[in-house]
Write a protein that binds this ligand. Structure first.
Ligand SMILES: [Zn+2]
Ligand SMILES: [Zn+2]
Length: 279
């Protein structure tokens, strides 16, 4: 199976229209392609789809279905979870008849505050400034807040795939903390346990590597080893924002998963997720 369910087109911050990704997927012989625009958030932004555009987005994808019978198309959203701020993920799923939801944390809300710390994007200084301004430079507090927000998302929202599991490491670049520290590992352990209980799918996300922003996949090997041990279901995501990124790093990621003892990936079958063997 050749699949990608994490794809951003021009309805959000992706750089190309839906058609380009469809053509690329056909060219690459893909079996399934899913779009996952960033969901609306309740403040002005230039990265998310606007709620009133969602019907047009799903209709446009539906329009391509008849044209390419060899490629199954799906639509979902990549929903941000910000405590007491974002709409329930199930609202979008039900309101717009989406196939699936990817849940992720890109925006960290400090406790008892309306500030928002943006941990993603290309600018490391935004990460550094937020760490200083919203958390007084206390990296343990800031990183813990990211994980707590992930825990709350898993416990309270309905979704299918958890996006870039440990995105918080991206702009760290081993400057403020290392992933080997006990306090950090405990947070990862707890997140894996919640994912296991909730039966979520974890993506191995290749974007950090091919964008040169992070030397490792999301998630790092420490988490992947536990994912293998507990047989937590996985998909490979390129998180493509351009059509040329659609398969970027995919083959290497599958080889990496195999080397970590992971033997299965998930795909869409009759509106459900089913596993298939990669070895
Ligand atoms: Zn994301
Ligand atoms: Zn994404």
């Amino acid at each position: 199976m050749k699949t990608n369910y994490h794809t951003h087109c021009t309805y959000c911050d992706g750089k190309e229209p839906i058609e380009h990704f469809v053509n690329k997927a056909l060219e690459l012989g893909y079996d399934q392609l899913g779009f996952s625009s960033h969901a609306p958030v309740p403040f002005e932004n230039d990265f998310g789809i606007r709620e009133e555009q969602i019907p047009e987005y799903t209709k446009e994808i539906d329009g391509f279905k008849a044209q390419c019978p060899s490629l199954q198309l799906f639509y979902g959203l990549e929903c941000d979870f910000i405590p007491d701020m974002t709409k329930p993920f199930s609202f979008f799923k039900n309101q717009f008849g989406l196939d699936y939801i990817i849940g992720g944390v890109h925006l960290v809300r400090p406790e008892n505050s309306d500030d928002i710390w943006f941990i993603d994007g290309s600018k490391r200084e935004i990460y550094d400034n937020g760490l200083r301004d919203f958390f007084g430079g206390n990296v343990k507090k800031a990183v813990t807040r990211f994980w707590e927000q992930s825990f709350e998302m898993i416990e309270t929202e309905q979704f299918d795939i958890i996006a870039h599991f440990d995105k918080i490491k991206m702009h760290n670049q081993k400057r403020y903390f290392t992933e080997e520290e006990d306090w950090y590992k405990l947070l990862v352990d707890h997140c894996i346990e919640l994912i296991r209980r909730k039966q979520l799918i974890v993506e191995i996300n290749t974007r950090g590597i091919y964008k040169g922003r992070c030397p490792d996949y999301y998630p790092s090997d420490y988490a992947l080893a536990q994912i293998a041990k507990h047989r937590i279901p996985m998909v490979v995501s390129t998180d493509a924002h351009k059509s040329e990124e659609l398969a970027e790093g995919r083959d290497a990621a599958i080889e990496h998963l195999k080397s970590m003892g992971i033997k299965y990936l998930m795909y869409r079958k009759n509106d459900q997720w089913e596993e298939y063997a990669i070895v």
